[in-house]
Write a protein that binds this ligand. Structure first.
Ligand SMILES: [Cu+2]
Length: 68
């Protein structure tokens, strides 16, 4: 599975690391790419192990808003 999430509130390299790290800690994540310029996060994952909802929650727990 490959999804692109729109995430509000990411402004710098620290935010990028926080989001990337939180998502990478989940099971079944194959790749995470954060695009600060477009506020997008690309996630590649195996949906046997992790759901889109869990990925969104992990990002929100870091204090960022997932808007799509
Ligand atoms: Cu930041």
């Amino acid at each position: 599975m490959q999804i692109t999430l729109a995430v509000h509130g990411m402004t710098c390299g620290h935010c990028e690391k926080a989001v990337k790290g939180a998502v990478e800690e989940l099971n079944g994540i194959q790749g995470v790419e954060v695009h600060l310029d477009t506020n997008k996060v690309d996630v590649t994952y195996d949906d046997v192990y992790v759901s889109k909802e869990q990925i969104e929650s992990a990002i929100e727990e870091q204090g960022y808003d997932v808007v799509s």
